[in-house]
Design a protein around this ligand. Structure first.
Ligand code: WTA
Length: 663
């Protein structure tokens, strides 16, 4: 905590102070006054904002009902209201400014870029909605979306909510096994994908991966295939059909299905400490308000802005801020299919320059990579259109923050750190651009309506400052996930029961003397690699089920996260082989284990380093001491501190040797 409690504040650049009359808070005093109102009278605050920023077909009767103590029923919002997400994101703007550009598609190969106006967006969404209706998709159905970041993905997501169905978004980097689990769990009758995907010039065989995922499942009746590359792919007669050939045959208008505020909106799977990923379920009005508020009051997005969130739309960051945030606020959004290094490490700057982007929103891991590759070329780009630079997903180190501020923002833009989670779908802690003093590395201050608290190990609130503890939220907010689909008990146990009366985030934090909040990292077994949450338990279970010669490979394993210069954290696995494999060619066995993780979860979950060891350090009660493994893997074996509970001290020397020999 020591290095965090006296981080010096940097004043926000004058150029980034919001315009008067923009609807955004423009000074610290205004922030404090609105924050106070949002906490003292959340009903008034959220009710007013919901009516101001969203279109309601029927107004709601109550703003919020329930609290965190009502475990069996999480709070519900805007009861009595009728709303539609697609109408809010598209129709109202298409009616007002049909020719305004809604989407800028920045393709993997920039020669394929094109723009889509709000009028065209509405037409494409309506045609897609009609196509879905024609195959029987209706209110309450869950369509699985396994797509790269292309305009058709935006059309599909908006079309699904237009007709009151739900989408389950699966990042197109997940393996067939992970995709199968999600399709079956959601009981999807329809899956939508592409023939292939392109990322950084590399081909991903999305359709073939879907085919593999569907082996042994029987719920899926249709696979809709968007032609992204035009490659000839396997099409199953009667089940699969081309999006491109069918969608244009439908008319360009499809009526909106107005739904209750609490109508389930989408499923997003996320990693937790144990077991399989949880299918977090969002509700419609709450998600819309959390997202439109974050986009409006954190980033100050409005009509005329060109918003560039460089995330894949298969992750929550892209869904919320490349699609819904800017569209709900009537702005233009750039959707980015490629990778930051393709074809060169200046791609993002080129995009900003060409499209005159007003915002850039990305993760520290991307910034670390760009900084590493920066040899001064960035100076050639005109980045003067930028107003605000956002970051999310992990803490940003001071030197990366400074590079972002000096080189990308040229000291004219605020750096806006945003702390949030898939579970929150609203920015919870932030630095308001042009208003809040910025402390490099800090997530910032609470967003409107958010009451962050710090708890000690016994669950008591720590009120002294500076202090370190576990971060929780004391009050409900509109866009909190409502349940883990099919397992509400797991939702209660994960978020509401650890500290009754609070929502448990899974993160540790330091509050400094000014109440600025720094996130210190997950306190559970979740590792944050390149801003993506990965559960170590899930990888361990994939390794434990890896087989060779019909026999299990591993008798025990422990996966941990260690600090990494580029990816934030990196995965390291310690494996104890079954006796049968102990003396065999190790390389082959390790290959099997790696393959199993890649197949079971996805390539991004494959540990960066694998160590074959004879035993793992355990307490006398048999618990693996991951803390010790973390220290050794980080080269800090001289700081193992308290080893009094260790059952076999000799194990430590052996593991140190193995790690040293491989580095
Ligand atoms: C971490 C991503 C520090 C945190 C939007 C959280 C952060 C997890 C920040 C959620 C930030 C997110 N500073 N850490 N600004 N933002 N995190 O669900 O550990 O993929 O619990 O949502 O990322 O990751 P998720």
């Amino acid at each position: 905590m020591n290095q965090l409690i006296d981080v010096k504040a940097v004043a926000p650049p004058k150029q980034s102070v919001p315009r008067k009359g923009s609807g955004q808070v423009a000074s610290t005093e205004e922030y404090q006054a609105l924050y106070r109102q949002s906490i003292e009278n959340p009903t008034l605050f959220f009710g007013e904002q919901a009516r101001k920023l969203l279109h309601w077909y029927r107004d709601f009767d109550t703003v919020v009902s329930g609290d965190f103590y009502g475990f069996s029923n999480p709070p519900s919002w805007f009861n009595g209201g009728l709303i539609n997400a697609c109408y809010n994101a598209v129709d109202r703007h298409a009616n007002e400014t049909p020719n305004q550009i809604a989407l800028i598609y920045e393709a993997d190969d920039e020669r394929l870029n094109y723009n889509v106006t709000y009028e065209e967006l509405l037409a494409r969404v309506c045609q897609t909605a009609q196509m879905l209706k024609s195959i029987g998709v209706k209110k309450g159905d869950i369509v699985t979306v396994y797509m790269p970041t292309i305009p058709e993905t935006v059309y599909t997501i908006l079309a699904i909510c237009r007709i009151g169905a739900m989408f389950s978004l699966v990042f197109a980097g997940f393996s067939p096994n992970s995709l199968r689990d999600r399709i079956q769990h959601a009981n999807s009758r329809v899956v939508i994908t592409t023939d292939q995907a392109l990322r950084g010039g590399k081909v991903v065989e999305t359709k073939s991966l879907v085919d593999q995922a569907l082996e042994g499942t029987d719920c899926v009746e249709h696979v809709v295939v968007v032609e992204r590359t035009g490659a000839k792919v396997n099409m199953v007669e009667g089940r699969d059909f081309s999006y491109n050939k069918t969608v244009p045959t439908f008319g360009v208008y499809c009526p909106v299905e107005w739904v209750d505020s609490e109508h389930p909106f989408f499923l997003m799977y996320t990693s937790g400490s144990t077991g399989k990923p949880k299918g977090l379920q969002q509700s419609t009005a709450g998600f819309l308000l959390g997202t439109v508020l974050s986009s409006k009051h954190v980033f100050g997005v409005s009509q005329g802005d060109v918003y560039f969130c460089a995330a894949d739309v298969g992750w929550v960051l892209g869904l919320s801020h490349a699609i819904f945030g800017p569209l709900l606020n009537h702005a233009t959004t750039i959707i980015f299919e490629s990778t930051p290094l393709h074809p060169t490490p200046t791609r993002l700057f080129d995009v900003i320059d060409r499209h005159k982007a007003t915002h850039l929103y990305t993760a520290p891991t991307v910034l670390r990579l760009l900084r590493q590759h920066d040899e001064g070329q960035i100076k050639k780009y005109d980045l003067s259109s930028l107003r605000c630079l956002g970051t999310a997903g992990e803490p940003i180190a001071k030197d990366v923050w400074e590079w972002y501020f000096n080189e990308v923002g040229r000291r004219r833009c605020s750096i806006c750190d945003t702390y949030w989670l898939t579970e929150s779908c609203m920015v919870m802690l932030t630095t308001i651009p042009g208003v809040s003093n910025m402390k490099p590395g800090a997530a910032g201050m609470p967003f409107f309506g958010v009451k962050p608290k710090l708890l000690d190990d016994k669950g008591h609130e720590i009120t002294s400052r500076p202090a370190e503890g576990t971060l929780v939220f004391k009050n409900p907010w509109p866009s909190m996930a409502r349940t883990v689909r099919g397992d509400h008990q797991r939702y209660q146990e994960t978020y509401l029961k650890p500290f009754p009366g609070y929502f448990f985030t899974g993160d540790g934090a330091v509050f400094d003397k000014d109440n600025t909040i720094f996130i210190t990292g997950r306190v559970d077994d979740v590792v944050n690699v390149s801003g993506h949450r990965i559960s170590t338990a899930e990888i361990e279970s994939a390794i434990m089920t890896a087989q060779a010669e019909n026999l299990s490979i591993a008798s025990e394993t422990a996966v941990i996260g260690v600090n990494d210069d580029v990816t934030g954290q990196a995965l390291n696995a310690f494996i104890v082989l079954e006796p049968h494999f102990q003396d065999k060619g190790h390389a082959k066995v390790v290959e099997h284990a790696i393959e199993h993780v890649a197949k079971g979860i996805g390539k991004f979950a494959v540990p960066k380093r694998l160590f074959l060891v004879k035993d793992l350090p355990k307490t006398r009660s048999g618990k693996i001491m991951r803390r010790v493994l973390r220290k050794i893997a980080s080269g800090e074996e001289d700081q193992l501190s308290d080893l009094s509970t260790l059952s076999e001290p000799a194990v430590i020397d052996h593991i140190i040797q193995v790690v040293k020999a491989s580095s």
